[in-house]
Design a protein around this ligand. Structure first.
Ligand code: S3P
Length: 435
């Protein structure tokens, strides 16, 4: 049980280097592994999820060395992966699981995948069913892990995705690069496009049409290793964007944050709410980055609907927190995907916010939050529900309260942001060591 930092008297201040992007770190390992030659990733995210990917590819026979945040991968090419000697353990990582299913579906060996209790509850037919349309044999257990992937020669597909999911899209892209002809995928809504951008940087031929949802994948690319610096993760920066916006008298600068426009939904929403975020030092190295300076602000209520959800999917618990202090009634809808994340994030947010006396109403696909109602702690014992993002959002919520609170399951934060509490304490220098 962890004691949380309570309301700081002088706001949050300082400059923070945000850890590497989780989605990009996973993909860097995977695409480096199936390329020819050496790939070097700088500022790799050394959190548990990405280490699951690193370990899985070592088990597939890929030489990978890690020195702190620098990872060097000796690529074995698209035909060079080896059958692992035992089941691959995906840990808590949905991204590793779903992307690897698409990749291994086209390899000429059989692999078993297992995962932890949370991952073993998450839906996998959303990947195995569309892969089956390409001739893949991915056997899941009642729609879940454990899974067996019996590698096949794959054929091209022309497929309309049924869920707006970058993981499903990426699995199909990794299958399509191994197919006999060009494939076309049509998304329901544009989702994060790191797979398309990065695979093209490794030498693939993937075209996205002007509509942003039609993707053509040409098979059998000659992939070659690259050197790349992983941008800071917008989804991790988001906790400090919210904290500094909400805690009066704050100003923090977040360095080198990934600004891919399929990931910046929180910035647009915060702007509509009256937030104050300034961009500087913009760069592009495969993916765009910028430094963000955020200053506290009076926030207005907001409406967020289905079209906007993919660009802010992992930050929605924070949007709910911003709404809980905004002037008016906010409504978030079209976010049913939150129910199949590391935990049911709609139920978890409603449970935890209710402990703080926040006026929140659960919807099947979102929340209604009345930010005009004062908070009143009803239960000081908060829980992460075993979900890293829920744990961090509750630690940020505690900064708005003057009485001691505790968090159960804080270890889950290691999934994406092991230095989270160190970074938070650095922003609140007068804070007593949080143990
Ligand atoms: C991810 C895609 C999203 C996101 C997850 C990472 C990725 O999941 O929530 O944290 O790296 O492709 P879905 O594809 O399930 O929406």
């Amino acid at each position: 049980m962890k004691k949380l930092q309570i309301k700081p008297e002088t706001g949050l201040h300082g400059t923070l280097s945000i850890p590497g992007d989780k989605s990009i770190s996973h993909r860097g390992i995977m695409f480096g592994a199936i390329s020819q030659g050496t790939t070097v990733l700088h500022h790799f995210l050394t959190a548990e999820d990405c280490l699951s990917t690193l370990q899985a590819f070592r088990s597939l026979g890929v030489p990978i060395e890690r020195n702190g945040e620098t990872v060097t991968i000796q690529g074995v090419g698209l035909n060079g992966l080896e059958k692992p000697t035992e089941a691959l353990n995906m840990g808590n990582s949905g991204t590793t699981t779903r992307l690897i299913m698409g990749l291994l579906a086209g390899q000429q060996f059989t692999t078993q995948l297992t995962g932890d209790a949370s991952l073993s509850k998450r839906p996998m037919r959303r990947v195995s069913d569309p892969l089956a349309s390409m001739g893949a044999k991915v056997q899941v257990t009642d729609g879940h892990l454990p899974a067996t992937i019996i590698g096949q020669h794959l054929h091209a597909t022309d497929y309309h995705l049924k869920v707006a999911s970058a993981q499903v899209k990426s699995a199909l892209i990794l299958a399509a690069i191994q197919a006999d002809k060009s494939s076309i995928l049509v998304e329901k809504l544009p989702t994060r496009n790191h797979t398309e951008i990065m695979l093209n940087a490794f030498g693939a031929d993937i075209e996205t049409a002007i509509d942003d949802v039609t993707i053509t994948i040409h098979p059998r690319p000659e992939l070659h290793g690259i050197e790349m610096t992983v941008p800071g993760d917008m989804s991790s920066a988001a906790f400090f964007l919210a904290a500094a916006s909400l805690v009066p008298d704050s100003q923090v600068k977040l360095l080198n944050v990934g600004m891919n426009e399929t990931r910046t939904g929180l910035l647009s929403i915060l702007k509509r709410m009256g937030g104050n975020v300034k961009l500087s030092n913009q760069h592009i190295d495969c993916e765009p980055t910028a430094d963000l300076t955020v200053t506290s602000a009076e926030l207005k209520a907001v409406e967020v609907g289905a079209d906007e959800i993919p660009d802010v999917i992992d930050e929605l618990p924070l949007v709910a927190l911003l709404a809980a202090k905004a002037n008016g009634i906010s409504k978030i809808t079209g976010a049913g995907e939150l129910r199949v994340k590391e935990t049911d994030r709609i139920a978890a947010i409603v449970t935890e916010f209710s402990k703080l006396g926040i006026a929140i109403t659960e919807l099947p696909d979102g929340f209604i939050i009345d930010g005009t109602k004062p908070w009143q702690v009803k239960d000081p014992h908060l829980s992460s529900h075993g979900d890293h993002r829920i744990g961090m959002v509750m630690a940020i919520a505690a900064l708005l309260i003057s009485q001691p609170l505790t968090l159960d399951g804080a270890d889950s934060i290691n999934i994406s942001y092991p230095e989270f509490f160190d970074d938070l304490n650095r922003m609140v220098p007068q804070a007593k060591e949080v143990d």
